[in-house]
Design a binder for this molecule. Structure first.
Ligand SMILES: Cc1cc2nc3c(=O)[nH]c(=O)nc-3n(C[C@H](O)[C@H](O)[C@H](O)COP(=O)(O)OP(=O)(O)OC[C@H]3O[C@@H](n4cnc5c(N)ncnc54)[C@H](O)[C@@H]3O)c2cc1C
Length: 300
């Protein structure tokens, strides 16, 4: 199913993000998590990230195809323009359509580590995510529900929050039907982004799904936050200070994420997108704390 149709039908969207595992055993373990632990929550969609190397790309394409063909879940394939020209991207888009995938999260992507100097990372005409949004629609008109990403606290390379908002609105207006945000730890960043985008003419019917990263390993998430431009606030670092036991860390992470989700939903966010890091426990605990059942309905 197309994500936008699902969101329109269900009214809200609850989704989970995974990355493609490196070995067949880890892929089977991920399928176990997806099918046995997260499927019962009937997410609106599940998304699979896309890497820079050939083998990780193949894994993404294989996993989204498996989800489309072997489960009742709706997959979203992440796709970037890194190290690929129009021709190659066109072939990937065709392959996704042929395997029954109907949703793509269109991203620019970042230069992968270790590429030789002088390598063309983004080919001419594919320098920004908006170019991929346009390419998907031109290549397969009507075949995909296309989503895009946004960074509520600004992209790490952005010239200003205002410029970021302007470019963000442009790429949505080029044909994005849903938006997933980078993770953040304070609801004010989400609401400020929404306000900025509306000032630049953001289409009000397009859902902006807040990205939620439950902290289950404080030093790992701090590192992710540094890379992604998200602030790891001092009050949050204080909550984890001196906490060593992994179960205690997870309990605090779940409590903090639950509070963030409550504020977002109360403030009108049209759903939640969970960065699962391929595990389900924290997400399921947050669901339970929020009183959410299948498809984000009230649990009975
Ligand atoms: C939800 C989410 C999922 C992600 N999944 C993946 C993944 O699976 N694989 C992966 O490799 N990476 C992924 N990323 C990371 C993403 O690829 C990087 O953050 C990348 O640096 C920017 O991608 P983008 O799509 O936001 O780019 P863009 O929309 O192109 O924006 C990048 C920067 O360029 C500016 N900009 C945009 N358009 C223009 C323009 N026309 N002219 C001038 N400046 C412009 C923007 O303001 C911004 O500062 C993900 C990020 C998020 C938030």
């Amino acid at each position: 199913m197309r994500v936008r149709d699902l969101i329109d039908k269900q009214g809200r969207s609850f989704s989970f993000e995974f990355f493609p595992p490196k070995t067949p055993e880890a892929e089977d373990a991920l399928f176990d998590v997806i099918v046995n632990e997260l499927s019962p929550l009937e997410p609106t969609f599940v998304s699979v990230t896309y890497g820079a190397g050939g083998s990780t790309r193949d894994r993404t394409l294989r996993i989204v195809a498996r989800i489309a063909q072997e489960t009742s879940l709706t997959p979203v394939a992440h796709l970037t323009t890194v190290l690929a020209d129009q021709e190659e991207l066109g072939r990937i888009i065709d392959a996704l359509a042929a395997s029954g995938v109907e949703n793509i999260l269109a991203l620019r992507g970042d230069p992968p580590p270790g590429v030789p100097e002088g390598t063309v990372i983004h080919h001419p005409g594919l320098e920004h995510a908006i170019d991929l949004v346009k390419l998907i629609h031109a290549r397969r008109p009507g075949d995909f529900s296309v989503g895009v990403a946004v960074h509520p606290e600004g992209h790490p390379q952005s010239t200003s929050l205002e410029d970021d908002a302007r470019y963000f609105v442009e790429k949505v207006r080029a044909g994005a039907e849903f938006v997933v945000t980078q993770f953040f730890f304070e609801a004010k960043h989400y609401f400020a982004l929404r306000e900025r985008a509306i000032r630049y003419g953001f289409p009000p019917d397009v859902p902006i799904l807040p990205g939620i990263m439950p902290v289950t390993n404080a030093s790992q998430i701090k590192r992710f936050a540094e890379l992604s431009g998200a602030e790891f606030p001092a009050w949050l670092a204080d909550r984890f200070a001196g906490v060593e036991n992994p179960a205690d860390v997870r309990a605090i992470g779940v409590e903090v994420a639950t509070q963030l989700c409550e504020e977002l939903l109360e403030g009108g966010a049209p759903g939640l997108h969970f960065y699962t890091l391929n595990r389900s426990t924290a997400t399921r605990e947050i669901y339970r704390n929020l009183g959410l059942g299948p498809r984000g309905s009230a649990a009975s």
